[in-house]
Design a protein around this ligand. Structure first.
Ligand SMILES: NC(=O)c1ccc[n+]([C@@H]2O[C@H](COP(=O)([O-])OP(=O)(O)OC[C@H]3O[C@@H](n4cnc5c(N)ncnc54)[C@H](OP(=O)(O)O)[C@@H]3O)[C@@H](O)[C@H]2O)c1
Length: 378
């Protein structure tokens, strides 16, 4: 029996985590969850699962939830996420929050001796060095959920990192992979939300279309596997079947393949070395691989630069992107404005070589606020 917490239980990864749990009754105890703003989904989750503590998005519906579910302890907001992550039962915290909101609760969970199953890549992008140090200090484990990183983690099982010459992360190319840059001028957020291979939350779907998602994943891989950026390559692979490849010093290459189903990495993060039954037939006869096109996807190139710079710069890039994506989803800026805003913001910021956690959180807040004020229309 494993104690499990889910931050962001009502989102895409959160709901798929709940499905995995439903299929594995008896092997876990779901202690606590955080919910989102969709009340119908929230209520359904609370009917299906009995939990001890729940964090609501805000205070507005607190009393009505307390009346409907008197046996549950309710907390709310950013403070509530910390209380949930700090709850006094050990266990593993699935961090399925989107964006920079994932960082503080991860830190709180680690400091309360909980393992982390991490979908929220922004945590490592912003504060990879700090989080890794805390993981060691508190003797907890960090398991990746992102499909590429889970694939690489599984391919590295039983291997020594000193024999890895490089790793490769694949990219499907996102919703606009068949459009040239000229055609990107007039695309809408509705077009952008149609990912060819995955059904995901809106932020990561837009990030996939701009290729920023792959940039965030490159930085995530650098922290997870302790490799230099020169050893992390990205290639285009539109079928999303091969998720990652490891090249070893003796010329051997290991590839990790699976169907595009996030339940596979989620179940592996929660129950490894056990494997669950998600077998599917896969067509391996027509797989395509192309070199990454950094002219077409300049944000990926920027992410490599920013990753190499380290310090506060990944936080600045991540915050600029997060705020710009929000404005795009509100139809206040165009798709290509996302790139312009991220580039302008990164170029205008002064480096802090070794930022503290507080400096990281403050910078994230300041950058996002500045972008809302400068580029937002409402
Ligand atoms: N979806 C995938 O297939 C996938 C694959 C690999 C990695 N990931 C990563 O996993 C993370 C989650 O992605 P997702 O697609 O599951 O996102 P999502 O569908 O948007 O779900 C995120 C959940 O977190 C909640 N949330 C967001 N900000 C919050 C805040 N400040 N306070 C409290 N709750 C908050 C959201 O509530 P609201 O609904 O109220 O906003 C929602 O319930 C991201 O970092 C993403 O990059 C996702």
């Amino acid at each position: 029996m494993r104690n499990i917490y889910i931050l962001g239980a009502a989102g895409s990864i959160g709901l798929q985590t709940l499905e995995v749990l439903k299929e594995n009754q008896g092997s876990y105890h779901l202690v606590g969850i955080s919910l989102g703003s969709n009340q119908e989904i929230n209520h359904q989750i609370l009917k299906d699962f009995s939990v001890e503590i729940v964090c609501l998005r805000d205070e507005s519906s607190l009393i009505s939830y307390q009346k409907s579910f008197p046996e549950i302890t309710f907390v709310f907001g950013d403070k509530g996420l910390i209380e949930l992550a700090s709850y006094d039962k050990p266990g593993v915290v699935v961090n399925a929050l989107s964006g920079s909101s994932g960082l503080r609760p991860t830190v709180a969970a680690i400091k309360n001796h909980k393992d982390i199953a991490l979908a929220n890549k922004e945590t490592l992008v912003m504060a990879g060095d700090i989080v890794k140090k805390l993981i060691k200090e508190y003797h907890v484990n960090l398991y990746p959920i992102d499909s590429e990183h889970s694939a690489l983690w599984q391919a590295l099982n039983g291997e020594e990192i000193k024999y890895v010459s490089k790793l490769v992360i694949t990219a499907s190319g996102g919703s606009f992979r068949d459009l040239d840059r000229n055609q990107l001028k007039h695309v809408t957020f509705k077009d952008a939300l149609k990912h060819p291979n995955w059904t995901m939350g809106s932020k990561i779907t837009i990030d996939s279309a701009t290729m920023m998602n792959k940039g965030l994943e490159v930085i995530e891989a650098h922290h997870l596997f302790d490799l230099d950026y020169d050893q992390i390559e990205t290639i285009l692979h539109q079928e999303s079947i091969v998720h990652g490849l490891i090249y070893f010093s003796d010329g051997m290459i290991k590839a990790s393949l699976s169907a595009s189903d996030m339940k596979i990495p989620i179940a592996y993060a929660l129950f490894h070395p056990d494997r669950k039954n998600y077998q599917r037939s896969l067509d391996l006869t027509n797989l395509s691989f192309k070199p990454m096109d950094f002219q077409r996807f300049p944000l990926l190139k920027l992410a490599y630069e920013v990753g190499r710079q380290g310090g506060i710069m990944p936080t600045v890039m991540n915050a600029a992107n997060e705020a710009a994506v929000k404005l795009f989803l509100l139809e206040e800026i165009s798709f290509l404005d996302i790139e312009t805003i991220v580039f302008e913001t990164v170029r205008s910021y002064v480096q802090i070589e070794h930022p503290s956690l507080e400096e990281i959180i403050e910078t994230d807040h300041n950058v996002q606020q500045m972008i809302r004020k400068t580029y937002g229309k409402r």
